[in-house]
Design a binder for this molecule. Structure first.
Ligand code: AMP
Length: 283
């Protein structure tokens, strides 16, 4: 495997690969890799000749009071894991080259960034869209793979890719979970043993809402109440939001119409750690 840190060097490698007819895939990550990331690398492997995995803890997607400085990092371990899953090029740009002095250009996706995560984290998706646009220009991928774990991020990237005419196919990998259902996340290491135990309620509450829908419940208020009751029964849990929205527009659905594709999503704090999870339901 090749490790590339320079942007120009990454672009030259991508240009050379494209000239020789290779199909390039990109898996953008912030590192501290786990099975969720590796599953995306394996999907990329299946859909391309050359897999580029990027590791960049992107400062512009963190709010001023968020965990940028203490975000977990372990480049040695990440390198070994990235290789084991089939990465050909590990792209590790530096913040000073990505955002040099005088940097002033951002990608703003309107409307779908104003709800859910975007409401609580007002500058987050501007940072995400900007860094993904930059990574597309660095690695020049034919295909890029993202995780359903960050459902709104997928919707934002799809919108930006379409709107800005990036010639990149967007693929989405399913949420990878721990055995007890907790969605894998680099941030799970922040949880205390007790918070970790209580955090399994998130997946259970989503499963319960799915069962209620299958049993005929169509009122979002009833679904949200049932989930909220389960979650708040855990003393460490503080709900940021629980949402039942249209999977594409992310607009709230008060009632689930027949045939609707709904995104059930939530954000819950356990102590200082904020966890998100979701499930897609076809009514
Ligand atoms: P991150 O390093 O948190 O920025 O995540 C990089 C990519 O991995 C994003 O596309 C995430 O949606 C995806 N991802 C993170 N956790 C999971 C998971 N548990 N299952 C599937 N994909 C995930």
């Amino acid at each position: 495997m090749n490790i590339i840190s320079g942007i120009r060097e990454m672009q030259s490698a991508a240009e050379e690969l494209r000239r020789s007819g290779k199909r390039i895939s990109l898996v953008p990550t912030m590192g501290f890799l786990h099975e969720g990331h590796l599953s995306l690398i394996r999907i990329a492997r299946k859909h391309s000749d050359v897999v580029v995995t990027s590791i960049f803890v992107n400062p512009t997607q963190f709010g001023p009071n968020e965990d940028f400085a203490k975000y977990p990092r372990d480049m040695k371990r990440d390198t070994a894991l990235a290789v084991s899953a089939g990465t050909d090029i590990l792209f590790t740009p530096g913040a000073a080259e990505m955002y040099p002095d005088g940097y002033a250009t951002y990608a703003t996706v309107e409307r779908i960034t104003e709800v859910l995560e975007g409401k609580v984290r007002p500058t987050h998706f501007r940072g995400v869209a900007t860094v993904v646009a930059k990574l597309f220009h660095c690695a020049m991928p034919h295909v890029a793979v993202f995780g359903q774990k960050d459902a709104q991020q997928v919707a934002v990237i799809r919108r930006m890719t379409l709107d800005l005419n990036f010639p990149v196919e967007i693929l989405v990998g399913p949420i990878v979970r721990e055995q007890d259902g907790l969605a894998m996340s680099s941030r799970n290491v922040y949880l205390s043993a007790e918070e970790r135990r209580q955090s399994t309620v998130l997946h259970r509450s989503l499963l319960r809402a799915g069962e209620m829908i299958r049993a005929g419940e169509r009122r979002s208020s009833a679904l949200v109440s049932a989930m909220s009751e389960m979650i708040t029964a855990q003393p460490a849990a503080k709900v940021d939001y629980i949402s039942v929205a249209d999977a594409e527009t992310l607009q709230e659905l008060p009632v689930l119409p027949p045939g609707a594709k709904a995104l059930l999503s939530l954000a819950v704090r356990f102590g200082a750690t904020r966890l998100i999870d979701n499930t897609l339901v076809t009514v």
